[in-house]
Design a protein around this ligand. Structure first.
Ligand SMILES: Cc1cc2nc3c(=O)[nH]c(=O)nc-3n(C[C@H](O)[C@H](O)[C@H](O)COP(=O)(O)OP(=O)(O)OC[C@H]3O[C@@H](n4cnc5c(N)ncnc54)[C@H](O)[C@@H]3O)c2cc1C
Length: 377
């Protein structure tokens, strides 16, 4: 594998670097500040309008049909410029693109990719997280519509979303995995209520819960066939576990670069173990970047996506938590007295990484049973 840029890649990198020089919005890292979430939509459309977002997605829907390595270059340059990461919505794009009809894809993907329409993912419920197939939200066919009733929780971006990708039970008599279907549900339907949740690092705008009380969605908003919901959901979560799909490498690298600058500015102010933590976070982030490059070249080589997404998710979690540890170590006593300390917020958000998109225990179960072939209890 050759990590050097081809002439086309070098031209892209130079153009992107020049653009970032003038257009870096200088936002705080995502997931550490409500200001980031308030201005994230503007950052998305600005990246998209300049031709730097949706690089590997189909041109028909507003993407650029480029090989996925261009996404890696984007992440690298965003991190190097200290710019915010690209919006993480590759898993939704992959889910709709894989399972939606042409009509659904033409209708939904352009707005999702351009950032003109914002989305959330309504899978988890108060009593259905790891065991998602036990979910109780129902979608009941009534003429040309489905009536939705139920309660979703931990729904990222629900407060700003125009659409919810909703997993609901359409056949209560079918086996639990077979009775589910997926819908694109407009968030402004009558009978839909969004309630924000506060995260332990103080963020109030990143996620919430969504309640459905008889909201009626047209039957043509179903993605895939009736009863295909579990398959669609698994496509989505497997991509949600891939750092390359999320752009998280840029997020980690931005934080590590900031920590490195802080330490280099006055090395004597930091103990050796603090400096070592930053160095270790650097090594881990670089390891993840190279891992993403390898995964993307495997994909280019036709390797299909499977349960190894769980290995990626565990790696991503380890890196995020290593970066969080380094941020907290560099903050030192500051973190104990200031709830707004950035290192503290980065550290606290890292705890969520081992839960969102499927917990670390669930990833280990998948690796044990589906990759290693170990028996279940
Ligand atoms: C920041 C964040 C963003 C999120 N965004 C979204 C979103 O946009 N949309 C959405 O639908 N959901 C979202 N989630 C929810 C997330 O997918 C769930 O929290 C996750 O799947 C775990 O479900 P749970 O919280 O119900 O925990 P539970 O499933 O109740 O798990 C509790 C504990 O038991 C363990 N456990 C459960 N079953 C097993 C088992 N079989 N073997 C071993 N251990 C087990 C778990 O690992 C965990 O430690 C988000 C979560 C977070 C933290």
């Amino acid at each position: 594998m050759d990590y050097r840029d081809s002439p086309a890649e070098a031209e892209f990198r130079a153009r992107l670097r020049a653009w970032l020089g003038d257009h870096n919005p200088g936002l705080p890292p995502s997931s550490t500040d409500d200001v980031y979430w308030a201005r994230q939509a503007g950052w998305h459309t600005s990246l998209y309008d300049a031709g730097f977002f949706g690089l590997s997605w189909p041109g028909r829907y507003g993407g650029h049909d480029l090989p996925p390595v261009f996404d890696v270059m984007l992440d690298e340059e965003l991190a190097a410029a200290g710019a915010p990461p690209r919006p993480s919505l590759g898993y939704l794009v992959q889910g709709i693109a894989t399972h939606g009809s042409d009509a659904i894809k033409d209708r939904l993907l352009p707005g999702l990719i351009s950032g003109r329409e914002r989305w959330c993912q309504g899978f988890s419920e108060p009593d259905a997280g790891s065991d998602l197939a036990t979910l109780r939200t129902t979608a009941t066919r009534e003429g040309g519509e489905y009536a939705i009733n139920g309660h979703k929780i931990w729904t990222s971006y629900s407060d700003v979303a125009d659409w919810c990708l909703l997993l609901a039970r359409t056949d209560p008599d079918a086996p639990k995995h077979k009775g589910l279907s997926i819908f694109a549900v407009p968030m402004d339907l009558r009978g839909t209520e969004q309630r924000p949740l506060r995260m332990m690092n103080g963020i109030t705008t990143e996620f919430g819960q969504v309640l459905f009380d008889g909201a009626r969605v047209p039957a043509e908003n179903m993605i895939g066939e009736p009863g295909e919901g579990w398959r669609v959901a698994m496509t989505i979560v497997s991509h949600e576990r891939e750092p390359g799909e999320l752009g998280f490498v840029a997020r980690y690298a931005k934080t590590v670069n900031d920590l490195e600058h802080e330490v280099r500015a006055d090395p004597t102010a930091f103990r050796a173990d603090q400096r070592e933590q930053v160095a270790w976070a650097y090594v881990q982030t670089e390891m993840l970047r190279l891992h993403v490059c390898r995964r993307l070249s495997e994909r280019l080589g036709g390797v299909a996506h499977g349960p190894d997404g769980s290995v990626d998710k565990l790696l991503m979690t380890w890196v995020e938590q290593t970066v969080g540890d380094a941020a907290l170590t560099v903050s030192g006593p500051r973190a104990a007295v200031d709830v707004d300390d950035l290192g503290l917020k980065v550290y606290l958000y890292g705890r969520a990484q081992s839960v969102m998109g499927g917990t670390s225990q669930i990833q280990k179960n998948i690796i044990a049973t589906r990759i290693l072939g170990l028996p279940t209890a």
